[in-house]
Design a protein around this ligand. Structure first.
Ligand SMILES: C[S@@+](CC[C@H](N)C(=O)[O-])C[C@H]1O[C@@H](n2cnc3c(N)ncnc32)[C@H](O)[C@@H]1O
Ligand code: SF4
Length: 292
């Protein structure tokens, strides 16, 4: 059996994947908005435990095609450990199409291009990266640990290794006064990364985080759905991408949009202009249906 330890998070596009906790928690665990792994101490799981779980999944779950390596930054584990996990996975699931994981900027700083290339050859072909913002002041305020230029540098290391990147941008994280700059700078950084996928999430203050404390102190202005739509419009209007799939289908969003950039850029901007012109007619997801 697979006994998951603590809360498990995965991107929406991994809904049909087998989730294996290669590591527990997040080795960085400092981003002011993120509560996901605060209750866990980071550690790499013993390979023997993972071997048992993989064997159980092989014997009990038919036809595993996709695997997501949790928790928050599995790429931080040593390359030799990840190779052991990937070898075991490949042996157990001959019809496997993809293995992916979260990659924080910090994990990308420590992995070399060569290591990532070799791990890709062993099956780990896609990373999810929380870019969150391209604005240096906003990245500093959220304690992401890198500025926009460093985010681009480490993301491009992964691209150089042939990794497919799926990036996240956090709408609303810069508040009202920083919204426009956050949107434009985020587009600049995403343009420089040119990821295969870019998705937006709406920042949600969660109890137990510094962002929650800032909210209680009255220091957070949470944007309205209209202001978030304006931020997203500015972001999309400033993208200059060759071929990226855009989605705002994460459960935190008020508007679920998707398209390919640049092909659908004008149409997406038009949809948002329509929302901004006629906010009462907009099909915003109600708060009770939103989640993290
Ligand atoms: C589990 S985290 C892993 C990302 C990876 N560790 C990194 O930093 O690149 C996945 C993403 O969830 C989003 N997220 C986390 N906490 C959130 C919150 N309170 N509100 C909205 N989105 C949040 C962020 O975009 C974050 O990058
Ligand atoms: S966003 Fe990523 S790096 Fe930051 S604390 Fe959460 S899991 Fe860790």
């Amino acid at each position: 059996m697979i006994e998951y330890q603590g809360s498990v998070f995965r991107p929406p596009s991994e809904a049909n994947s087998l989730i294996l906790q290669a590591t527990l928690g997040c080795s960085y665990n400092k981003c002011t908005f993120c509560a996901m792994y605060r209750e866990k101490r980071f550690r790499v799981r013993p390979i023997a435990e993972l071997r048992k779980e993989i064997a159980w999944a092989r014997d009990n779950l038919g036809g595993v095609r996709k695997i997501f390596l949790a928790d928050g930054d599995a790429l931080t584990a040593k390359a030799s450990f990840l190779h052991e996990v990937l070898d075991c996975i490949r042996e157990a699931f001959p019809r496997l199409q993809r293995v992916s994981c979260y990659a924080s900027p910090q994990s990308l700083q420590i992995r070399t291009v060569e290591e990532m290339r070799e791990l890709k050859q062993a099956g780990l072909s896609q990373y999810y990266l929380g870019v969150e913002s391209g604005c240096d002041a906003t990245l500093l305020h959220m304690e992401k640990g890198v500025d926009g230029d460093e985010m681009v540098r480490v993301a491009n290391k992964a691209s150089d290794a042939g990794i497919k990147l799926s990036t996240m941008i956090l709408l609303g994280i810069a508040g009202r006064s920083g919204s426009d700059r956050h949107a434009k700078e985020s587009a600049r950084v995403i343009n420089a990364i040119s990821p295969r996928f870019v998705s937006t999430l709406v920042v949600t203050p969660v109890e137990g985080t510094p962002l929650w404390d800032q909210k209680l102190a009255g220091d957070v202005d949470e944007l309205t759905p209209i202001e978030l739509a304006q931020e997203l419009r500015t972001f999309l209007a400033h993208t200059d991408l060759k071929s990226s799939i855009f989605r705002s289908n994460h459960a935190s969003n008020y508007l679920a949009l998707k398209g390919t950039l640049p092909k659908d850029k004008d149409a997406l901007v038009d949809v948002l202009d329509e929302v901004l012109a006629n906010p009462r007619k907009a099909a915003f997801v109600p708060d009770w249906l939103r989640a993290l």
